[in-house]
Write a new protein. Structure first.
Lengths: 497, 359
């Protein structure tokens, strides 16, 4: 089913053509329904977020590691760093064992966890950027080939060949980042792609360059911190050799001085509403932003004043602590990057619960779970059909970011609200919280969701009444109409104007 | 769908199918080396005598970690194109078997490290530990193979999706799973034999003589693999039912089925030649390699035809057409060629410069 511009009021209101999404029509709505897994008290975002942060850290270590070793090999060739070769061979083994194995596999794992979280999002990303992804794959393959050649034969090669292999490895690894960075930054700021559908307009989007430079410097910093640990823990190196190596490795931390500027550039390239979540609008996002910035600041200060200016020695414990801080900085940054996209997974195209703006309009009329072919698991546990319907609505619309009673649980968020309050807040969801998508369903579905939350908040009693007051449903309908289907931040910005 | 694969499909569909199959073939080659290689290594470790050298085991121990890395790297491209070809079915099967994908990741990481552990002096010096380590690695790879087999079969059985979801079952029950997995696992042996043969041949030519018995052992491994895999294929064909059998030799798959059968004969002739050869082993390995290429390509296409005919493939054409409108294929092709040249240059640099210095 092809969704045309006429069915997409959000984009039509902006006077721009809309990027069409073609879906396999498995229901009357044309929405591809997928089986939804329940992770219990853990929200799905935590699963992909946890793996994502781990993967990003390792991938950046692989890139920065290449830069570091190429630099060391060059210094060695110039006769400026005698123990560089010995260190490089040991460091590369660590890189292969950690980054090539766990890094490569978590990279593949990212696809699988992304499917678990939002198959439609990853599907749209693959549809739009599959040739970019395929190009990235050729660079990754080159990185692996060059890396393994160095790993197996490096100790039997002359300096020029070693430098060639390391340089090739580094360039390939960095270009791998280059391509992936374009896809990831497109999710937050698709830029002119929204209007034209042009691949390159989406790839070289407003946050592409600040994000690329930021990640490049982060990669160099991570590699330098790991190098500090390897150097300080290496028994084969004399103290003077360690100090010299540490000083040289710390030079890769120097570009961190530019990170505040790059961070500011990135923030100002973001949409205004996304920036507002980070800068105080959302406590969780502001906190993670603070963690990321604070950890980076600590590492940067230690690097510049301690390692570069005063040439301090660094022991294994301190190096480990700095790596932990580096990880915290990466985690904070990635959390902010993921969170700032709300209420979308792809800005103005796909909401965080994987619905298009046009589909919300249709679902308001026809219902969101009417065509869902997947039955409820444990359907008999629910007291009546209304709560069962509410459970299906929760599963389809809410469960990607919320749990029932665990992390970001609906019972914690809405369990103390009155029924009227819940109806109003859900009906005008995008105005209640502008980083939430609009509710996508009929008044009956909304009422069912309210009853589901109340039933869960009441500890799942066996007997639970059904509500079907026509006046209440009419009120919900009025609220839904008042709320409209445009995202909440649009209304906020209109008010400001 | 009466034309041979991939003709008879709309242009975009045919293009993505061909790209998928070709990239999958490269993944299968390395995957076969890992799967069969770990099994053969285990058998040789169990049967081997302490203190005796074993050229095949040494070679496998040395190259298996790289082969696994290559298999994973080569596996990324088909993983990308399958999402364009069968998006909904592929994602649904992944979601229904989600615990499996969460387990495959640590299983492969553990398997990877166990292969590296094989190379350490600590493990080498302890025969029982060596067997345990290889058994662990093989278990990890077989688990991965089992999961993929389940995924493939579940993805093409839309009628099973909702009942499986409702039942909360973690296992997709299908009588084809184990026979199919057995077929693919045993079918990996001839690939391993060809690749091992080339490795030994290269070693022999580089001045580290390899005795004739070792080559004969490789040839026997290849021939034996062809025989048992052929028997498994016949058994599997009996199991899948008349419709699937008809599609496997139907107009779309027939040329590829014939290519695979011819490939088996050519590969077998190559192995026989290798077994008898006193010299010129490269020629027989070349013949076996040509046969292997047709076997892998032919069976991969037949496998795909069985999937195409099991799902409502026509309904997916619009998605393929839309994906084909996205630009970037020339970018890919350009960098594919450039990076292939650079990768070859890197390998050549490593091999020629390192050897020259060693000599």
């Amino acid at each position: 089913m092809r969704l045309d511009a006429a069915t997409l009021p959000l984009k039509r209101a902006q006077g721009t053509p809309y990027i069409v999404l073609v879906t396999v029509d498995t229901s009357a709505l044309g929405v591809p329904y997928y089986p939804t897994n329940d992770f219990g008290p853990l929200m799905k975002g935590l699963v992909i977020g946890g793996l994502g942060i781990f993967h990003v850290f390792l991938a950046q270590f692989a890139i920065g590691g290449g830069v570091l070793m190429t630099y060391f090999e060059w210094l060695s060739g110039k006769g400026k760093l005698a123990p560089a070769r010995r260190f490089t061979d040991g460091y590369f083994k660590l890189l292969v064992l950690v980054s090539f194995v766990v890094g490569a596999l978590t990279g593949v794992g990212m696809w699988f966890t992304s499917i678990q979280t939002s198959p439609r999002t990853i599907g749209l990303m693959v549809d739009t950027f599959h040739w970019v992804w395929a190009t990235e794959w050729t660079f990754f393959a080159l990185e692996v080939v060059a890396g393994y050649c160095f790993y197996r034969y490096g100790d039997r090669l002359d300096g020029r060949s070693r430098l060639f292999l390391l340089g090739l490895y580094t360039v390939a690894a960095w270009f791998s980042l280059f391509w992936i960075n374009g896809i990831l930054s497109w999710q937050l700021t698709p830029g002119a792609w929204l209007a034209s559908g042009d691949l390159w307009a989406g790839f070289f989007n407003p946050t592409f360059w600040p994000s690329l430079f930021f990640r490049t410097f982060a990669a160099m910093a991570i590699a330098a911190l790991v190098a500090a640990l390897v150097i300080s823990a290496s028994p084969s190196l004399e103290r003077d050799e360690q100090k010299e190596l540490l000083h040289r490795a710390a030079q890769l931390l120097a570009p961190m001085a530019l990170m505040p500027l790059l961070g500011a550039w990135y923030l100002f390239a973001m949409p205004a509403d996304s920036r507002s979540w980070v800068l105080g609008g959302s406590p969780a996002m502001s906190m993670f932003f603070g963690v990321g910035a604070g950890a980076s600041l600590l590492v940067g200060l230690y690097a510049i004043f301690g390692l570069l200016l005063r040439r301090l020695y660094i022991n294994s414990a301190t190096a480990s602590l700095l790596i932990v801080l580096g990880f915290a900085a990466s985690a904070g940054g990635e959390f902010v990057r993921e969170g700032a996209r709300k209420p979308f997974t792809v800005r103005e195209t796909l909401y965080s619960n994987a619905m298009t703006p046009a589909e919300i309009v249709t679902m308001r009329e026809k219902g969101s779970v009417t065509g869902d072919p997947y039955p409820l698991r444990d359907a008999a546990d629910y007291p009546n059909d209304q709560v069962r319907l509410g459970a299906k609505v929760y599963r389809f619309q809410c469960s990607v970011c919320h749990t029932v009673g665990g992390v970001n649980g609906l019972v914690h968020l809405a369990g103390t609200w009155t029924a009227e309050q819940t109806r109003l807040n859900v009906a005008k969801l995008q105005h209640t919280k502008p980083f939430m998508p609009p509710f996508a369903g009929t008044p009956e579905e909304l009422e069912a969701l309210v009853r589901f939350i109340e039933w869960e908040a009441a500890s799942r009693p066996k007997d639970f009444s059904i509500t079907n007051d026509p006046a209440e449903l009419a009120q919900i309908k009025r609220w839904l109409d008042e709320a409209g289907t445009a995202p909440g931040y649009k209304t906020a910005s209109e008010k400001k104007r | 769908m009466d034309a041979p694969f991939p003709f008879g499909f709309p242009g975009p569909t045919a293009f993505y199918l061909a790209t998928y199959v070709l990239t999958l073939v490269s993944h299968v080659v390395f995957m076969n080396y890992v799967l069969a290689g770990t099994g053969v290594l285990l058998v040789r470790q169990i049967r081997g005598k302490a203190g005796t050298s074993d050229a095949l085991a040494d070679l496998l121990r040395d190259w298996l970690p790289f082969a696994l890395s290559a298999a994973i790297t080569a596996g990324i491209a088909p993983l990308l194109f399958i999402q364009i070809l069968y998006k909904k079915a592929f994602y649904t099967a992944n979601l229904l078997l989600f615990h499996r994908w969460m387990l495959i990741l640590p299983a492969l990481i553990v398997g990877f490290y166990l292969l590296y552990a094989q190379k350490t002096a600590f493990v080498k010096a302890r025969p029982r530990l060596k067997v345990c380590v290889t058994t662990g690695a093989l278990a990890c790879f077989l688990f991965t193979a089992l999961s993929w087999t389940e995924n493939y079969l579940l993805a093409r059985s839309e009628g099973a999706w909702a009942p499986m979801y409702a039942s909360k079952s973690m296992i997709y029950e299908n009588r084809e799973i184990l026979p199919r997995m057995l077929l693919w696992t045993l079918g990996a042996l001839p690939t391993l034999a060809v690749l091992l043969g080339w490795q030994l041949h290269r070693r022999d030519r580089a001045g580290a003589p390899v005795d004739r018995t070792t080559f004969q052992r490789v040839a026997r491994l290849g021939l034996g693999g062809l025989v048992v895999a052929g028997a498994c294929a016949a058994g599997y064909a009996m199991l899948v039912g008349e419709t699937a059998r008809a599609h496997a030799v139907g107009p779309m798959a027939r040329p590829w089925f014939v290519a695979a059968v011819v490939g088996v004969v050519v590969e077998g002739a190559g192995f026989v030649g290798l077994y008898r050869a006193e010299a010129n082993r490269g020629r027989w390995l070349g013949i076996a390699s040509a046969g292997l290429f047709f076997v892998i390509l032919g069976t991969t296409v037949v496998r795909e035809v069985l999937r195409i005919t099991a799902v409502d493939f026509v309904a997916l054409y619009p998605e393929h057409a839309r994906a084909a409108q996205v630009s970037g294929r020339w970018l890919f092709l350009g960098f594919f060629l450039v990076n292939a040249v650079l990768a070859t240059w890197a390998i050549r640099t490593a091999l020629t410069r390192a050897e020259r210095k060693a000599a």
